[in-house]
Write a protein that binds this ligand. Structure first.
Ligand SMILES: Cc1ncc(COP(=O)(O)O)c(C=O)c1O
Length: 449
């Protein structure tokens, strides 16, 4: 019987390797997203077969405690019984009609109650669709075409967002006052980026400068409220306030991309935590508790442009407001509204952060743990903090991180070796999971040192 004890090295991943070899015959790179394949997972990914709560099992029956949680989508862990029952019932009634349903009304009402800036909401199927729609709305609303995005911010795979989203060697970045635009994908006409202004994040003088120069041309400034695609980078004190002030001054809309942060830190996301009212916000991941969904929210004055007519902003979609998903969203938002739900989420995350810092100190390793509560990242670095994209590209030893995570996997922790992502704690996590993580980290550090 293969081992499934988190304290021990895992059984050889024979079946995972076989499956991955098979996968490569039918799927490009053997996967459906490059973040899951050999580019990130070295000699091939662990093939996961099932999950329950915080635990997942691979094809060789190895058991892991999951801290990746489907890139944050699984806010209640795997196969939460309440959600399983909602899904079974919705499926039995008919999964989707591509017609108006009470399920989407119930989901939208709960959404509006929780998200401060959501006068109305439009559901999409993914975060990428939501950010795509947000930009279209902003352009229609302002009559301007350009927009500003920040270095190192990822907003999905829509063409205009795919510049300066990946990390690159510092020598390639160009001066911060005029970053070189580096497309992240082939197949996008370079002229697409003529409409994109790129600036460094977390730098108020740089923001003031670029807004002075370009602010009046911008339909929108889009930002992740907490940078979640270069690990976990928090905004410096006052940064979001300045962003709000300047976007208002220059007539550009402020888009908060809360695809990662929404429903993670607080019922109302980062806009609640930082007390900022964006013009448009986008959601995904935790909203669907494991089901594919996204959302665009904001005031009627902007979102009503989606209303049918000659002046409309077009947004179609066979699966928009998917009935089964809407049932899950409504149940999920009820669960997240429960007294104390976020208090516990923060407490467990903070406990993992504090514990990891102690482990690294004990082993005298130059590593920091950044973030708070339900989301954090480890950086192997000599710096006291990583404050922006350029810090990440310059000072973070991402290879060492990857080796560290591969070791953790051997000790029964499931996590992506990509340093650009982040550790996630769900409502299913408890102190027992944190203890498992810290013990594994202790052993991994001993080997890494
Ligand atoms: C901040 C942010 N926005 C948008 C997206 C795109 O979401 P999706 O992968 O659901 O298309 C992501 C995905 O990781 C994200 O991190």
């Amino acid at each position: 019987m293969p081992m499934n004890n988190n304290k021990n090295l895992q059984a050889p991943r024979t079946r995972s390797r076989e499956l991955f070899a098979r996968a490569q015959q039918s799927l490009v790179e053997g996967v459906n997203s490059p973040s899951r394949g050999s580019a990130v997972h070295g000699d091939g990914p662990v093939m996961l077969e099932r999950g329950q709560g915080t635990q997942v099992w691979d094809a060789d029956e190895n058991q892991y405690t999951d801290f990746m949680m489907s890139f944050g989508a699984l806010i209640h862990g795997h196969a939460h019984p309440a959600l399983v029952s909602v899904v079974c019932q919705a499926m039995a009634e008919g999964s989707h009609f591509a017609a108006a349903t009470s399920a989407e009304v119930e989901a939208a009402e709960r959404f509006r109650r929780l998200v401060p800036s959501a006068e109305v909401v439009r559901f999409t199927n993914t975060g990428s669709e939501a950010t795509m729609l947000a930009l279209r709305l902003a352009r229609a609303h302002t009559g301007r075409t350009k927009f500003l995005k920040f270095e190192g911010h990822y907003h999905g795979w829509y063409d205009p967002y795919l510049t300066n989203a990946h990390s690159h060697p510092p020598a390639e970045l160009g001066p911060p006052e005029n970053p070189r635009k580096i497309p992240d994908s082939r197949g996008i006409p370079l002229t697409t980026f003529d409409d994109v202004v790129v600036a460094p994040w977390n730098d108020i003088p740089a923001l003031e400068r670029v807004m002075r120069q370009r602010g009046r041309e911008l339909a929108a400034v889009i930002t992740e409220p907490i940078m979640a695609n270069m690990g976990c980078i928090l905004p410096l004190e006052g940064y979001h306030r300045k962003l709000r002030e300047l976007t208002l001054a220059y007539g550009a809309l402020l888009i908060f991309d809360e695809v990662v942060t929404g429903f993670r830190y607080a019922p109302g996301g980062c806009q609640e935590i930082y007390g900022i009212r964006p013009d448009i916000s986008t959601f995904g991941k935790a909203l669907g508790a494991g089901f594919p969904v996204g959302a665009v929210a904001g005031p009627r004055s902007i979102l009503d442009r989606l209303t049918w007519g000659s002046d409309m902003v077009l947004h179609y979609g066979t699966f928009n407001g998917h009935r089964l998903t809407m049932k899950v969203v409504a149940a999920n938002l009820d669960m997240l509204s429960a007294e104390g739900a976020y208090k516990e989420l923060h407490a467990i995350g903070d406990s993992a952060i504090t514990g990891l810092r102690k482990v690294f100190r004990r082993h005298d390793l130059k590593a920091i743990v950044q973030g708070f509560g339900p989301m954090f990242q480890i950086y192997f670095t000599n710096q006291a903090s990583i404050n922006d994209y350029r810090d990440f590209c310059t000072y973070v030893d991402t290879d060492r991180y990857s080796r560290f995570v591969q070791k953790l996997m051997e000790y029964g922790i499931y996590m992506t070796p990509s340093n650009g992502l982040h550790w996630i704690v769900s409502t299913a996590h408890g102190e027992k999971d944190v203890a498992t993580l810290l013990e594994a980290a202790d052993r991994a550090c001993a080997e890494l040192a």
